[in-house]
Write a protein that binds this ligand. Structure first.
Ligand code: NAD
Ligand code: TDX
Length: 342
């Protein structure tokens, strides 16, 4: 099979590329990424020379480019991770979220309709369901929970989901959608809560906690998300949505305190800062459909996964320090252009 993975130089897409290249040597994995500020080819360094892997630089919203690529490559499966993914950035500049997350998705869908595929999978988020109140721990997001978005980011992702599902009903495209809770693990870009706090704590910098730190997120190790997507693409029913989450709810403050304790840093580094506009209170996924239908069982719980992740950041300082210094943006020029690979 030839599988197009978009956004494979990002956090989750990058972990997925590693997982797929190693697990399926008989499949060809084509990683298409625009290398925005969030794309880092160093994330894919260890698979760069694998026979079943190829990198292509390009924008999923560039129609001519995408149609030419599909014509040339004749993909069997398309898995769309490519997105603008940071809520705070969507509050500053919503337009690029519409462009990439909505227009990019519909461009891929149109190419799939024209050239034919056996599965299009959309990597979505639990944020499309909005949030849950803190005083109702009995409530969880199911696949039937109405879409009720809070931020430009989540609105663009919900919109993309609706297009994906409509292409199934209208054009008969074999699609699936996964909606996952917050991921953590290796190669997480250091603008997001966990890697930001690890990198700042190691530098003895202040740790900016929004509001009072009571907001709750449901954390899933990125490896377990990759396994879930692979299962859904291969065995999930077409036209269906699957929620992905492992019942690991923590307040932001608990997460930050865990990081400080593991790094032996004082809690005095915590600084409460102005809250995020429209800040969602609590996310919590009910993953029963995925567990019962496809037998998905997460490997990590948060307590072990976060320690492994903190250790990864200690062992891979070059990776995130290159990002903080901006050096990672030269990687494509050095490794691809200068070597004549593109
Ligand atoms: P990320 O920001 O780390 O990576 C996004 C990648 O997409 C980057 O490599 C970037 O260069 C690429 N990209 C952006 N615009 C592009 C374009 N126009 N064309 C081609 N490539 C483009 O994001 P992530 O955290 O890895 O998230 C991946 C997907 O998973 C997103 O769709 C996101 O909505 C979804 N998701 C993320 C989480 C999470 O906790 N991070 C949870 C659930 C779902
Ligand atoms: O500096 C910070 N301080 C802080 O208190 C940052 C960056 C975040 N926070 C809070 C906001 C959230 O309540 O931490 C929580 C997590 O924030 P993010 O890491 O920005 O993630 P979140 O907004 O929950 O969204 C993430 O999960 C769902 C991903 O970025 C999305 O792409 C995914 O869809």
């Amino acid at each position: 099979m030839k599988i197009l993975v978009t956004g494979g130089a990002g956090f989750i897409g990058g972990n997925f590329v590693h997982y797929m290249v190693e697990k399926y040597p008989e499949d060809m994995i084509v990683n298409l990424d625009a290398l925005t500020y969030a794309g880092n080819l160093e994330t894919c360094k260890s698979v760069e020379d694998a026979n079943n892997y190829k990198f292509v630089k390009g924008d999923i919203a560039n129609r001519d480019f995408i149609f030419n690529l599909f014509e040339e490559e004749k993909f069997d499966v398309v898995i769309n991770f490519a997105a603008e993914s940071h809520v705070d950035r969507s509050i500053e500049d919503p337009g690029i979220f519409v462009q990439t997350n909505v227009m990019g998705t519909t461009t891929l869908l149109d190419a799939c309709v024209k050239y034919g595929i056996t599965r299009y999978h959309q990597v979505s988020t639990d944020e499309v369901y909005g949030d849950l109140p803190l005083d109702r721990p009995d409530l969880f997001f199911t696949e039937e929970t109405p879409l009720h978005t809070s931020s430009p980011y989540s609105s663009s992702k919900a919109s993309a989901d609706l297009f994906v599902l409509s292409y199934h009903r209208t054009f008969g495209l074999p699609v699936s959608v996964s909606r996952c809770s917050n991921n953590y693990g290796p190669y997480h870009f250091p603008e997001k809560l966990i890697p930001l706090m690890i990198s700042r704590a190691l530098a003895d910098g202040s740790l900016p906690v929004y509001g009072n730190g009571e907001n709750v997120r449901d954390w899933l190790h990125v490896y377990d998300h990759c396994v879930a997507i692979d299962l859904i693409v291969r065995k999930g029913r077409v036209g269906e949505v699957y929620n992905v989450g492992g019942h690991n709810e923590r307040t932001n403050l608990e997460v930050v305190q865990t990081i400080l304790k593991a790094l032996d840093k004082p809690e005095s580094l915590i600084t409460y800062v102005q809250d995020r506009k429209g800040h969602d209170m609590r996310y919590a996924i009910d993953p029963e459909k995925l567990e019962n239908e496809l037998g998905w069982v997460p490997k990590y719980n948060f307590d072990t996964g976060i320690q492994q992740t903190i250790q990864w950041y200690l062992d891979n300082k070059d990776w995130w320090q290159n990002i903080l210094s901006g050096d990672y943006q030269n990687y494509f020029e050095t490794m691809y252009k200068e070597k004549g690979r593109v």
